[in-house]
Design a protein around this ligand. Structure first.
Ligand SMILES: Nc1nc2c(ncn2[C@@H]2O[C@H](COP(=O)(O)OP(=O)(O)OP(=O)(O)O)[C@@H](O)[C@H]2O)c(=O)[nH]1
Ligand SMILES: [Mg+2]
Length: 173
């Protein structure tokens, strides 16, 4: 790979409990048609996509505890952006707080941790992004990952972070 291409290589890691919507978020970004089947991710799914002039490597980690403990340390290392995905239920948001504390040990201090308060379409006592952000103390965006109309919102979240990465890497002033 050329050094100019390396400069545009960005590792994005998605972590979170089972079934919160990590794989769906990857699909929202990379596929036109979203199915709603739940097929748990075993271990890790890797997806590479071209985004503007960046090469995004999406590390979609299976949420089951056994995977998390066995692999996540190695998977988290070298991340440029971490998305902590929650299904916005109070219980899961609290789990996400533990996950963030855990992840902090394995990532560089420049790597942002961003929370996604997913499943905002379900009006059953789930928290909105503001409440999740107050609990997690990291930048939080609300999302409904099964809704293709939310694709632009997700792209803008990523675009925003890529701009900061470009400045950090000296690609942009
Ligand atoms: N209602 C609703 N369902 C969603 C949303 N996002 C994902 N889902 C559904 O939730 C289920 C689990 O989604 P996945 O994306 O496979 O979850 P995951 O976090 O990758 O799960 P693991 O791979 O087991 O860690 C699927 O049936 C999705 O269709 C959402 O915003 N709203
Ligand atoms: Mg998955």
């Amino acid at each position: 790979m050329l050094s100019t291409e390396l400069e545009k290589l960005v590792k994005i890691t998605l972590i979170g409990s089972p079934a919160v919507g990590k794989t769906t978020i990857v699909k929202l970004l990379s596929e036109n048609i979203l199915d709603r089947f739940y097929i748990p991710t075993h271990g890790l799914d890797l997806k590479s996509i071209k985004f503007n002039d960046y090469f995004l490597r999406l590390w979609d980690l299976g949420g089951q505890n056994s995977y998390l403990r066995a692999y996540s340390k190695d998977y988290l290392l070298g991340s440029d952006i971490i998305f902590v995905v929650t299904d916005s239920t109070p219980r899961n948001v609290l789990n996400s707080r533990d996950l963030i504390n855990y992840a902090c040990h394995f990532i560089g201090k420049e790597c942002p941790i961003i929370a996604i308060a997913n499943k905002q379409d379900l009006q059953d006592g789930r928290m909105d992004a503001k409440r999740v952000e107050d609990l997690l103390h990291v930048k939080t965006y609300g999302l409904t990952a099964i809704d293709p109309a939310e694709r632009l919102k997700l792209m803008n979240i990523i675009k925003n972070e890529l701009e900061k990465i470009a400045i950090r890497r000296g690609l942009k002033k």
